[in-house]
Design a protein around this ligand. Structure first.
Ligand code: SAM
Length: 334
C-alpha cells in the first residue's frame, strides 16, 4: 500500500498516472483532498518514476504498516511500537528523518510525532537524524482512525519534502508570490545559473521572477507590456521591454543563457512562442516555463503543447510544483 499526493483539483490526472505506471494498482477511498491511498508495488513504482517522474503526482510514500488510532495520548506509544516493527528497514549508518502529516482533529501534532519517533529511532538503531538532508525517511500519515507508516529512501518519494510541500520564507522586498514558483523550479530541477548570465523573462510583470534572477546576479531582459515593480525600474541590470513577446521577437533579440516564461497565455500559444525564441538560446542554455492549464481537455492540450515544444527543445522535466496553481512548470534544454 502507498500514499500519493497531488494538488486537490488534479486527482484524476494523478490517478491516470498511477494506472499507466501500474495497471494492477487499485485505489482505496481518498485520505484527504489530494491525498490518495492505493495498493500496488511501491518500490517498483518508485524506481519507474525516479527515471521518468510523473507530472501531477507530487509525492509518494509507502504505507508498510497501519496503526488504529483513538486520538488519545496512548496513540504515540502505539506508533512507537509500530516503528519498532519497521526498525530493520532503517539503515543505521545513514541519516534519516521523520515526516508526519496529520489529517485529523485530535491531540497529535506533527512536531510532537516527528520528535517522539525520531528519538525512538535514534535510540533503537543509532541512525543519525538529519531533517535537511535525510537519506531515508519514515513517513507517517495520520487520519482520524488510522496511521499509515512506511520507510523509504528519500529518492523514492519524488520530493524531499513531506507531501511535496516545499515552502519558502517570505522575504523583505518580495514582489510577488510567483517568486516561490521559480525558486522551487530551480531547486527541484537542479538548475544552476551561470555566473553573471543573461536571462530573458517573458511575461515578467510585476517582476517576481526577474527579482529572483537578479538575486543570482543574472542580467535580465524583462518583456511585458505591463509595468515592473519600482524596485526593478531603478535596477540598471534590468532592461524592461514594455511590449509583448511577439513584438520583442521582431526587435532582434540577443542570445541568452536562460529563457523563462510565465506568460498568461494558452499553453499551445506559449509553446509556439518558445519555439520561435529557441534560436536566441545559447546551445548550452536552459529554459523554464509554465503551462497554464484549461479546465477541460487538459491532457489533450498538454500533449499538443509538449509536441510543439519538441520541435526545438528537449523536455528535461515537467512537474506540477507545490507553488503551481492551475499550471505546471517545465524545464527545457536544447
Ligand atoms: C502571471 S504574470 C507573471 C508574473 C511574473 N512571473 C512575476 O513573477 O511577477 C503573467 C504576465 O504575462 C504577461 N503576458 C501575457 N501575455 C503576454 C505576451 N504575449 N507577451 C508578454 N507578456 C505577456 C501579462 O502582462 C502578465 O504580466
Amino acid at each position: 500500500m502507498f500514499i500519493l499526493t497531488t494538488a486537490p483539483g488534479f486527482t484524476d490526472l494523478a490517478r491516470a498516472e498511477l494506472r499507466q505506471a501500474q495497471p494492477d494498482a487499485f485505489f482505496f477511498p481518498d485520505i484527504a483532498p489530494g491525498v490518495l491511498c492505493a495498493d500496488g508495488d511501491f518500490f517498483a513504482l518508485a524506481d519507474k518514476w525516479r527515471q521518468n517522474p510523473p507530472i501531477f503526482t507530487r509525492h509518494i510514500c509507502p504505507a508498510l504498516t497501519t496503526v488504529s488510532l483513538t486520538q488519545t495520548a496512548s496513540d504515540l506509544t502505539n506508533l512507537q511500537t509500530a516503528v519498532a516493527g519497521l526498525r530493520d528497514l532503517i539503515e543505521p549508518e545513514f541519516p534519516f528523518s521523520v515526516q508526519t502529516r496529520i489529517f485529523a482533529d485530535g491531540p497529535l501534532r506533527p512536531f510532537d510525532v516527528n520528535n517522539a519517533l525520531a528519538d525512538f529511532i535514534k535510540t533503537e538503531t543509532g541512525a543519525p537524524l538529519d531533517v535537511r538532508r535525510p537519506f531515508q525517511i519514515l513517513s507517517v500519515v495520520i487520519t482520524q482512525d488510522t496511521a499509515y507508516l512506511g520507510v523509504s529512501l528519500t529518492l523514492h518519494n519524488l520530493s524531499d519534502w513531506a507531501g511535496g510541500v516545499r515552502r519558502f520564507a517570505r522575504e523583505k522586498g518580495q514582489i510577488s508570490r510567483a517568486e516561490f514558483k521559480l525558486l522551487e523550479a530551480l531547486e527541484i530541477f537542479g538548475i544552476d545559473l551561470p555566473p553573471r548570465g543573461t536571462a530573458l523573462d517573458l511575461g515578467a510583470a510585476p517582476g517576481g521572477w526577474t527579482r529572483v534572477l537578479r538575486q543570482s546576479e543574472q542580467y535580465v531582459t524583462a518583456v511585458d507590456p505591463a509595468n515592473l515593480h519600482p524596485s526593478l525600474q531603478a535596477d540598471k541590470q534590468v532592461r524592461h521591454k514594455p511590449m509583448t513577446a511577439e513584438i520583442y521577437l521582431l526587435n532582434d533579440p540577443d542570445p541568452f543563457d536562460l529563457i523563462v516564461n510565465d506568460m498568461r497565455l494558452d499553453a499551445r500559444d506559449s509553446a509556439r512562442l518558445m519555439v520561435e525564441y529557441a534560436p536566441f538560446l545559447y546551445p548550452q542554455g536552459q529554459a523554464i516555463m509554465t503551462f497554464k492549464l484549461p479546465k477541460n481537455n487538459r491532457t489533450a492540450v498538454l500533449d499538443h503543447s509538449f509536441n510543439i515544444l519538441r520541435q526545438a527543445y528537449r523536455i528535461a522535466n515537467a512537474r506540477q510544483l507545490f507553488h503551481n496553481r492551475s499550471e505546471i512548470t517545465i524545464h527545457l534544454t536544447k
